[in-house]
Design a protein around this ligand. Structure first.
Ligand SMILES: [Zn+2]
Length: 349
């Protein structure tokens, strides 16, 4: 793997701000800040052709984010009113959050994969029932009551998905982004989310990888009750599909650009393999266990004690995705003890 976004990487290490860069002719990367996140920024891409300007992943909706996006557009000689289209790799708030504000300022169409639109509608519909459904999930995962208290979502919380807009257009696998003079093809990569898209600029051989493949961190693959297939199995398959893009320069939505997708993919596959082995080892050591018990014993990069607040939910969902994957493969068994009881996992005899 070779880092090509060297200015981005230096900025990443120095914890400073990477520059707006023209990666190729008429294609720019713009860092848009994410509030209170170790990821710090989303790399938003601006792609121009004859008479069109498409923004990929506008970023998190804050005034600081908006100003960064406007400054990025200005650096290319454009303003928000010039934007003709918006494509989101997936609907997480650090990607799709600002789409509504940008569409209002420009009249641009917004495009995403159909599975992402479906997820958005489901998340929104959960609305008032969210707290109850969430409590049921925490109980089934074996989270102790006093911890569930602090982890559970309150229905009154401003739901980040409530304000997010629906797409005007859909992009299926293999579709071209509707813009003249530039071939930007959608590559469906479910896993991180059910409708995650990468975008391949065929002429320049660039792959916008969204959160599917990042150079340094492994994207969270958590349980997705609304997904059509188990997320980890989908993710591993989507990783394998990256092999054909090995010669492409990867333009991720976080961190920095690089070349060497196949080798990065091998590292990510090995990471999940190790994770599965670790889950089995924990079950061997402590006997039948709930998702919560496995979660607290797994290795976390900063240690479990540093995994707090919302990160604990992501950790629980990630452990759950690995347990489900192992159960689907028959390596472990799951014993549901009724809806009110935690699900218990054990190594298959
Ligand atoms: Zn992201």
């Amino acid at each position: 793997m070779r880092v090509t976004g060297t200015a981005q990487r230096e900025a990443w290490i120095a914890k400073t701000w990477p520059p707006v860069e023209e990666v190729r002719s008429d294609l720019w990367s713009v860092p848009v800040p994410i509030p209170d996140s170790p990821l710090r920024y989303t790399l938003t891409y601006l792609v121009a052709s004859d008479n069109e300007l498409v923004v990929v992943d506008p970023g998190w909706d804050t005034d600081a984010g908006w100003n960064a996006l406007v400054d990025g557009l200005k650096a290319t000689g454009a303003s928000p009113a010039d934007v003709t289209g918006i494509v989101v790799t997936h609907i997480h708030p650090d990607h799709h959050g600002m789409s509504g504000r940008l569409r209002a300022a420009s009249g641009a169409w917004v495009a995403m994969h159909p599975a992402e639109r479906h997820t958005l509608a489901l998340l929104r519909a959960q609305g008032a029932n969210m707290a109850a459904g969430d409590r049921a999930w925490l109980r089934r995962s074996g989270v102790p009551d006093e911890v569930a208290e602090e982890l559970s979502m309150q229905s009154g919380d401003g739901h980040p998905f409530a304000r997010m807009i629906d797409p005007d257009r859909l992009l299926e696998h293999g579709d071209l982004v509707p813009m003249g003079g530039r071939q930007l093809r959608a590559v469906w990569t479910p896993g991180h989310t059910p409708g995650h898209l990468c975008l391949h600029d065929e002429a320049e051989n660039l792959l916008l990888t969204g959160d599917h493949v990042l150079p340094r961190i492994s994207p969270n693959i958590g349980l997705q009750p609304h997904a059509a297939e188990p997320p980890l199995a989908a993710y591993l398959r989507s990783l394998e599909s990256m092999a054909s893009f090995d010669s492409a320069e990867a333009l991720p939505a976080h961190e920095y650009r690089f070349i060497g997708l196949a080798s990065r993919v091998r590292m990510l596959l090995a990471h999940h393999e190790r994770r599965c082995d670790e889950v089995i080892e924990i079950l061997r050591r402590r006997g039948p266990s709930s998702t919560w018990q496995v979660t607290t014993e797994l290795t976390w990069s900063r240690g479990w004690a540093a995994v707090t607040g919302f990160m604990r939910r992501a950790a629980l969902a990630e452990a759950g995705a690995h347990l489900q994957h192992l159960a689907d493969r028959g390596r472990i068994t799951a014993t549901p003890d009724g809806p009110e009881q935690p699900e218990i996992f054990a190594v298959s005899p």
